[in-house]
Ligand binder design. Structure first.
Ligand SMILES: [Zn+2]
Length: 167
């Protein structure tokens, strides 16, 4: 059995990207969606049938069944960068003309470039996490969310819809 880490509502805010697993008929496995909010502050993602409310995916433990973390699009630029391919296509264009590296030099270039991209990713990762935390905080403050990330609502007792008993 594989370990699956489903997100919780409190992990999310509008603008974040999630990925879905294979348990949906209205979305294909691995598809990514940007989280949006309706006028009530309920989070949803767009699917083949319109809006797929995230609260409908909640299990008893507050996990959003089928909703997974997606790699941040900025982070993905670094992770997916192909240093070997980049080095293969590299030529130096200088004032003195063009220089085409030999195989040994290409190996060196690839190693150096992969190192730089990896270092930059390490440096940018905490910035991305801080950005996501700020987005979540702003969203929670704006909507006065419950601790589990669900919108806090004025509730009217079912036997007193007009609120007469409260007066
Ligand atoms: Zn759907």
């Amino acid at each position: 059995m594989t370990h699956v880490h489903y997100l919780k509502l409190a992990d999310l805010a509008p603008g974040m990207t999630v990925r879905v697993d294979g348990g949906f008929t209205c979305m294909a496995e691995g598809e990514e969606r940007v989280v949006k909010a309706d006028v009530d502050g309920d989070l949803y993602i767009e699917c083949a049938e319109g809006r797929h409310g995230l609260a409908g995916q909640l299990d008893d433990d507050g996990r959003l069944i089928g909703i997974l973390d997606a790699r941040d699009p900025i982070s993905r630029l670094f992770v997916d960068f192909d240093a070997a391919m980049w080095a293969d296509g590299y030529e130096m264009d200088g004032d003195a003309g063009t220089y085409t590296p030999n195989d040994a030099e290409r190996g060196l270039i690839e190693d150096a470039v992969a190192g730089v991209v990896g270092d930059l990713h390490e440096q940018i990762r905490p910035l991305l996490e801080a950005r996501d935390a700020a987005v979540r905080d702003a969203w929670s403050r704006q909507h006065g969310l419950n601790a589990d990330g669900t919108p806090r609502r004025e509730t009217v007792p079912a036997d007193d819809p007009a609120g007469a008993l409260a007066k």
